[in-house]
Design a protein around this ligand. Structure first.
Ligand code: MTE
Ligand code: LUZ
Ligand code: MOS
Length: 751
């Protein structure tokens, strides 16, 4: 089934926040943000700005009737700064004017005096100065100290992976509309409608039922709108509360780049023990997460780094620690993979480094240590239905790694200025919010009296195709044709208390709720049909809008059945709740069974390196991926390709740069490059693994949103492999992104 959005997307008819037709009396908002990364606010003079004709009001913390607090996990973030500022781009005030142009003019006239304080921009500095968000977390398995004593080889090293800009096509924004009796409707570009509702209610000092959040779809989120869509929505809501007029605020790209957080940069160190038989005996790592100036989702992201620190490998002795380091950057936030990619980069670096020092092929170490059925992860979950080896063997056999290798070898013998490199990248990613209480969802299904159906869930469509999947679950379960089903907007008055659309688990959680609601409806309707046809309920089934008896079609249509059910006063609406069974986690022991299941896969990446220029092309990426039993292969392939490109971008060319004063240098698309059609792999081949599928996944179709991003890590190591072919003595460096500048330095580095 095609993505149900493809038709309107292609014609430019899909609706995003900025496409909504505004009320005539709509006002426009703009943030006045901190020009300094750290300091005390001595004074702010709004007089000149307020005097601009068309400026209605400039809001500050003084106008907040509830709490000036938007922190989710830790209450450490003000909506508008009161006494101090902690990063460039931190909101201080909100100008509301008759037009965006007027607001912009007024912004330039605000005068601020800040007494500057020392600025920290790196995690390392933060650690040295003891600047942390919260207490460190550690996962332990076995005993690394003893294991290292008995290891044949021990290697230590350091790695750095940089941040990443989400660059959703639709920037952050919200349109807030006053309703009667002080109620407010927010049309927000958010992955977390309930988060927006809850925080707005808190800041405004009103009950949650006064705030309705509605989301049609997002022009991309990628994690950047899990938490960070909230402040802009709250600001417009505060303005509506005071002015009783609609207020719209869409961030321009520059403001969005400057004021919002990104993927967390990580500075990490590792220690790996290996025996002569190439078994990894022990692994220790310390992850310094550059969290930015407030917690945001950093503690949860740090946690997922620990969950994925050993990637697809079984290591019997593990000791990993993560420190969320507080710096003067915008609070960093969720980004596809959620700390997992940062963890996996370190273990892959450690294995690469060890192989290099031992003078062997890294593949041998990877292969020897792949997870097997019944192995324990460091957090105590026992690996079940493991596809690590299956994906590895499928990739290496089906794509004929032997031939690929000999072709590369031949090329490298014949060429001196161009070198090819290869890498293998296995992935294992846990599905479920690591915070167990977040793993539940609801669905509301209405069958209208003409037989058409409306489905509401807590899922937010952001390009990943979740609405199409929900529609598939509904029509298949009801036994009707897809055109009879409509996916409604995501709205907090129809489906309440939702978890954000995140963790790749949206289709699983919401889909299981849709399945449950539709199953309840169909059971009820079968009773009606059986009566109408004078047969037993068990004999009845519904397929393609027709009632069947013992597998033979009757002349009772879906429409007639619904009309009769209506006459008989049978309830045609159902609301269902699904909570992932079996999962649990005990934070006091750092052990449990946090994931419903894992997603596996292996990617083979080949690059060609220009050894004079340091530039490279990705020849191909060949992937064996664990889809379970994909319910929509078109959408799922799109997710793998998109995530791969995003992962490659993070590892190779997307370079976030802040100066030492905390100013974003990569603040435009001229200085921040994302992969385009020329830097994407020349070919991407994806084969689905043959597996039994997993019952915890919706219709056995496994979550696919985030895991494939980590295939992109393979591009870093393929480039590094090519560098080694040119300069065998090069000391390996693990400092992503591998921009051509860094590649060139490493090509000619002397040991
Ligand atoms: N795909 C598109 N096109 N746009 C997005 O914003 N976000 C990704 C992924 N795929 C995203 C996307 C992220 S970060 C997540 S967590 C999942 O989609 C969320 O959706 P799911 O739970 O339905 O997979
Ligand atoms: N968000 C979250 C996530 O709150 N918890 C998670 O475990 C998670 N994982 C991936 C992406 N977003
Ligand atoms: Mo995705 S990082 O869970 O929004």
């Amino acid at each position: 089934m095609k993505n149900i959005d493809s038709f309107t997307h292609l014609r430019g008819e899909s609706i995003f926040v900025d496409d909504i037709i505004t009320r005539q009396d709509t006002l426009f908002g703009l943030t006045f943000d901190s020009p300094k990364a750290h300091g005390k606010i001595i004074s702010v003079n709004y007089a000149k700005a307020e005097a601009v004709p068309g400026v209605i009001k400039i809001f500050t913390y003084k106008d907040i009737l509830g709490e000036n607090q938007i922190g989710g996990i830790i209450p450490d973030e003000e909506l508008w700064a009161e006494k101090e500022v902690h990063f460039i781009g931190q909101p201080i005030a909100f100008i509301v004017a008759k037009s965006e142009k007027i607001a912009k003019k007024a912004k330039q006239l605000i005068e601020i005096e800040i007494e500057e304080l020392p600025v920290i921009t790196t995690a390392k500095e933060a650690k040295e100065k003891g600047s942390f968000i919260n207490a460190p977390r550690s996962f332990n398995l076995g005993n690394t100290e003893n294991a290292f004593k008995n290891s044949d080889f021990i290697f230590t090293g350091e790695t750095f992976s940089n941040g990443q800009e989400h660059l959703y096509l639709e920037t952050q924004g919200c349109y807030a509309i006053p309703q009667e009796n002080g109620n407010i409707k927010l049309i927000s570009s958010t992955q977390g409608p309930t988060a927006v509702q809850k925080t707005t209610a808190k800041v405004l000092g009103v009950p949650m039922h006064k705030i309705e959040v509605d989301v049609t779809r997002l022009g991309g989120g990628f994690g950047g709108k899990e938490d960070q869509a909230t402040p802009w929505a709250v600001m417009t809501a505060v303005a509506v509360q005071h002015l009783k007029k609609p207020v719209k605020y869409i961030l321009n790209r520059h403001d969005d780049l400057r004021m919002t957080g990104k993927r967390h940069p990580y500075q990490s160190s590792f220690k790996i023990g290996i025996n002569k038989d190439l078994k990894i005996t022990a692994f220790e790592a310390e992850f310094l997460q550059n969290s930015g100036a407030a917690a945001d989702l950093s503690p949860a992201i740090a946690e997922r780094t620990l969950f994925h620190a050993t990637n697809s490998y079984f290591i019997p002795n593990v000791q990993t620690t993560v420190l969320s380091c507080k710096t003067n950057l915008p609070p960093n936030t969720a980004f596809r993979g959620f700390g997992g990619p940062q963890g996996m980069f370190v273990i892959e670096s450690a294995i690469t480094y060890a192989a290099d020092k031992l003078g062997i092929n890294k593949k041998e170490i990877q292969e020897k240590n792949l997870l097997k059925e019944g192995d324990s992860f460091s957090y105590g979950q026992i690996a079940k239905q493991v596809e690590a080896l299956n994906s590895w063997e499928t990739a290496t056999t089906n794509f004929d790694l032997k031939t690929l290798k000999s072709t590369v070898q031949k090329f490298n013998q014949e060429n001196t200025l161009y070198k090819k490199g290869l890498s293998l990248m296995p992935i294992t990613f846990g599905i479920s919010f690591t915070n167990t209480p977040m793993n539940h969802a609801r669905a509301l299904v209405h069958i209208y009296q003409d037989g058409s159906v409306g489905v509401s869930t807590g899922a937010v469509e952001m390009g990943q195709g979740v609405n199409t999947k929900m529609l598939q679950v509904a029509y298949q379960t009801l036994g009707i044709s897809p055109d009879k089903v409509k996916l409604e907007t995501t709205n907090t008055t129809r489906v309440a208390n939702t978890s954000p659309t995140a963790a790749s688990a949206t289709a699983d959680l919401n889909g299981k709720a849709v399945l449950k609601a539709c199953t309840l409806l169909i059971e009820r309707l079968k009773v009606v049909a059986a009566k109408m046809l004078s047969v037993a309920t068990e004999e009845v089934s519904i397929t393609e809008n027709v009632v069947f008896v013992n597998g033979k079609n009757s002349d009772l249509s879906w429409e007639k059945l619904i009309a009769e059910a209506m006459l008989q006063r049978v309830a045609l609406s159902e609301n269902a709740h699904y909570a992932t069974p079996k999962i649990h986690f005990d934070k006091s022991k750092e052990k449990g069974h946090p994931f419903a299941y894992h997603v596996y896969g292996t990617a083979i990446t080949q690059v060609t390196l220009d050894c004079i220029r340091g530039t490279y092309e990705i020849d191909f990426v060949k992937i064996a991926h664990d889809f379970g039993k994909s319910m929509n292969f078109g959408i799922d392939i799109g997710q793998v390709e998109g995530a791969l490109a995003q992962g490659i971008g993070w590892m190779t060319m997307e370079e976030i740069a802040y100066d030492k004063n905390g100013r974003l240098l990569s603040n435009a698309l001229s200085t921040y490059k994302v992969p385009d059609v020329f830097s994407a792999p020349k070919s991407v081949e994806i084969i689905p693994l043959k597996t039994k599928g997993n019952d915890m996944a919706i219709l056995k179709s496994k979550a696919v949103g985030e895991p494939p991003l980590m295939y992109g890590i393979g591009s870093y190591f393929a480039i590094q492999d090519a560098i080694k072919q040119f300069n065998p003595n090069a000391e390996l460096k693990f400092h992503s992104p591998y921009t051509p500048e860094k590649v060139l330095m490493d090509l000619y580095a002397e040991n």
